[in-house]
Write a protein that binds this ligand. Structure first.
Ligand SMILES: [Zn+2]
Length: 203
């Protein structure tokens, strides 16, 4: 593992639209890597702010935790700027097509798949519910999990809109996330970090 392995973070602001409504929203962008290479998790709102966070490193992949427009809006533009493929779980195709109807992402994600960067391993956990193709990324080497909009401080992500299901998200969290160690840091798609132990009673 690289001694400079780290997580970098920026909050970008913009909008989220679904079901005919548009809301102002702040999104977390996470970058996992070392001084030489990295993986970008989600591509909301501002390609310039993400490129600044990457800081000239080689981007191995742009991973979308799900395809809501506030997570994938600038993914194609970022792909052009950094020359990296976009990875998304194929169950989110109907959601992706709401934002990018004319082309697809590059590589399908699947449950249990691993993505290697800077000597670390990101394990893909398919966690449907907030969106059918929602995924979390567990990084044992860093003791953290990136949950997108599946798990927040306070409990599960929203399931009131199209393509969402409250029972499915709870099942996903119980079967895929709650068996991680209590001290695992949860880096979310919006708002502050939490831990698996802190959310155990909220699901
Ligand atoms: Zn979402």
């Amino acid at each position: 593992m690289s001694s400079n392995l780290r997580v970098d973070h920026v909050v970008t602001s913009g909008t989220f639209s679904l079901d005919g409504e548009t809301h102002e929203v702040d999104n977390n962008v996470w970058v996992v890597g070392d001084d030489d290479e990295c993986v970008v998790i989600d591509a909301p709102h501002s390609v310039e702010e993400i490129v600044r966070l990457v800081g000239g490193r080689q981007v191995k992949a742009i991973v979308a935790t799900h395809a809501h427009d506030d997570h994938v809006r600038v993914a194609p533009e970022l792909r052009e700027k950094v020359g990296a493929p976009i990875l998304l779980h194929p169950d989110d195709r109907p959601v992706w097509e709401l934002t990018h109807p004319d082309f697809l992402w590059d590589v399908d994600l699947e449950d249990g798949q691993t993505i290697k960067v800077a000597g670390a391993v990101l394990k893909v956990l398919h966690t449907p519910g907030h969106a059918p193709g929602a995924v979390c990324l567990y990084v044992h080497d860093l003791g953290c999990v990136f949950t997108g909009d599946t798990l927040f401080e306070g409990g599960p992500g929203a399931t009131g809109r199209s393509f969402s299901d409250a029972d499915v998200i709870k099942d996903s969290i119980r079967t895929k996330l709650l068996d991680l160690p209590d001290e695992t840091v949860v880096h979310t798609g919006h708002g502050p970090d939490t831990t698996i132990g802190a959310e155990r009673d909220h699901v």
